[in-house]
Design a protein around this ligand. Structure first.
Ligand code: ADP
Length: 249
């Protein structure tokens, strides 16, 4: 199985405050990891380290076997940030243009779009059920629509690794269900590796195959069978909640 992510003894400090401490784990093609932990436990920082936005204070990270500092195939990585209020209502771009931005990283300069790009954008819009919004300005969209646009942008490259910050609560239950079902299909059919930052530990066993519990340091990483029998996780959640979580699978 192809090794997609390899995190080796990674620590990170913001101005002397350690946010991530000696974390090591790896993920293979087709893994679907629920990344959980309380607020401030370092989840976003860890994701930024994996995406090369931040550089580890110590340790190293590889993506697809290449050190992230030398990694250049960013077109194989999709990222959906949590903040969907990204665009000013007056931002003069259409849905189609924002989704096309997801193709920019694979272009050399000058960055021009061709017929294949248009097709890829059309497909992503279609897959997310937002083809009818293509020419709308992003400032006019609802939270749920915006979430789909940003997901379409994250998948337009057909990434092999997709990192998602939990869909905001602005998205209604229906849209949320569709979102998870779509991500699940990507994971199963295309073996896309998924990391999903989520607050919903209780349901994570319903879609993810692994759980990573972070509290600056890595408290637990394993599948839901291992989660069920982990003393550490029983300590964390109590036996009853642990049982509920692991039987979601
Ligand atoms: P989570 O995503 O789990 O809520 P974060 O990675 O956002 O956690 O934050 C981990 C810790 O790092 C927190 O204590 C937070 O206050 C701190 N932190 C996050 N971003 C910054 C920053 N830009 N500057 C200084 N401290 C930060």
């Amino acid at each position: 199985m192809e090794r997609v992510i390899s995190v080796n003894h990674v620590s990170f400090r913001y101005d002397g405050n350690e946010a991530v401490s000696d974390v090591s784990f790896s993920a293979s093609a087709g893994d679907y990891i629920a990344l959980v932990g309380h607020n401030g436990s370092g989840k976003t920082t860890l994701v930024k380290l994996i995406l090369g936005i931040l550089t580890p204070s110590s340790g190293n990270i590889s993506l697809f076997g290449k050190n992230v500092r030398a990694f250049s195939s960013w077109d194989t990585v999709g990222y959906l940030p949590q903040n969907i209020g990204l665009f000013n209502p007056l931002f003069p771009a259409t849905v189609r243009e924002v989704v096309a931005l997801g193709l920019i990283s694979q272009k050399s300069t000058p960055k021009r779009f061709n017929r294949h790009d248009t097709k890829a954008v059309d497909e992503a819009l279609e897959q997310m059920g937002i083809a009818d919004l293509a020419d709308k300005r992003v400032g006019e969209l609802s939270g749920g629509q915006m979430q789909r646009v940003l997901l379409a942008r994250a998948i337009v490259n057909k990434p092999k690794l997709l990192i998602l910050d939990e869909p905001a609560s602005a998205v209604d239950a229906n849209a949320r269900g569709e979102f998870f079902s779509y991500i699940g299909t990507l994971n199963k059919d295309q073996k896309t590796t998924i990391i999903l930052i989520t607050h919903d530990v209780a349901h994570s066993g319903g879609y993810a195959n692994k759980l990573l519990f972070l509290d600056k340091t890595l408290v637990f990483y394993g599948n839901f069978g291992q989660f069920c029998t982990s003393q550490t996780m029983q300590h964390q959640f109590g036996a009853e909640i642990q049982h509920i979580i692991c039987h979601q699978h």
